[in-house]
Design a protein around this ligand. Structure first.
Ligand SMILES: Nc1ncnc2c1ncn2[C@@H]1O[C@H](COP(=O)(O)OP(=O)(O)O)[C@@H](O)[C@H]1O
Ligand SMILES: [Mg+2]
Length: 242
């Protein structure tokens, strides 16, 4: 798969760069990125499409390290929130907390998905992968305990401003990057984002606490369960970054 020089870099993640080329988005993974993880990401996106959660189709290319995707002509919520914080005029949100309220809506949208018949892994079955025996034995019982108490739903488990896009056609937000999606108690989605935002800034965390976390009350999620979920997500996150 060769680009002809007209490709434009439109996004960058830890493991891949995304280019706009001839009307499609191309996710170009590092050569060292395992092929089976790319297959897994494609499978996840197929299930997401079946559930009607983000209609971005993935296509194979002749290079196993490159996925072609439907292009979302839009802006990352991150840019909108940053522009708004910098005092620039933006159409999409009224103020910075409004950006966080969009995050709240994104969680609810995912958690109410009808996933009967769809094939997503369960968090309790994958969360221990790559962890020390000690950490795995610490976190799995917590996930199972909270599952038994609150039930499970589809969780994105990497919901932040870089994974939410706002299309220019005003069709509402589109959630991307479903690699981490699992069947899990909803609290883990809120906890994962808490851990991610804590790495970003105290200000972001404060806004998240003020605008999104009150939703936990509505969901009847207790504070101790949230704290336990944060601890689980911190352990999983530390392994990802190692
Ligand atoms: N289908 C798409 N259309 C337009 N831009 C995209 C698309 N997919 C990804 N991007 C851009 O590329 C960035 C990285 O893509 P993402 O799938 O989140 O990769 P990573 O797994 O490395 O985080 C996104 O934040 C977004 O800006
Ligand atoms: Mg991403």
């Amino acid at each position: 798969m060769l680009f002809d020089g007209t490709e434009i870099l439109i996004g960058k993640g830890a493991q891949a760069e995304v280019f706009l080329y001839k009307g499609f988005a191309y996710k170009v993974y590092k050569e060292t990125y395992p092929a089976e993880w790319i297959s897994f990401e494609k499978k996840q996106q197929r299930e997401v499409n079946k559930a009607g959660l983000c209609p971005v189709r993935y296509y194979d290319t002749d290079d196993p390290h490159i996925i072609r995707m439907d292009y979302i002509n839009g802006v990352m919520l991150e840019k909108i929130v940053n522009d708004c914080a910098a005092g620039k005029e933006v159409d999409e949100i009224a103020d910075v907390p409004d950006g966080f309220r969009m995050l709240s809506k994104a969680f609810k949208f995912v958690h109410k998905a009808d996933i009967r018949g769809l094939d997503f892994p369960r968090f309790s079955e994958t969360a221990g992968m790559g962890l020390s025996k000690e950490n795995a034995e610490k976190i799995i019982p917590v996930i199972e305990r909270i599952s038994a108490k609150t039930g499970e739903c589809l969780c994105h488990l990497d919901m932040h401003f870089l994974n939410i896009m706002i299309p220019k056609d005003k069709s509402g937000f589109k959630i991307i990057d479903w690699m981490n999606a699992r069947i899990a108690p909803a609290v883990f989605d809120y906890a994962r984002t808490y851990v991610v935002l804590k790495e970003v800034s105290e200000e972001a965390l404060n806004l998240y606490e003020a605008t999104v976390l009150p939703d936990l009350k509505e969901l009847r999620i207790s504070e101790p369960d949230f704290s336990d979920a944060v601890e689980v997500c911190s352990i999983v996150r530390a392994r990802e970054k190692a």
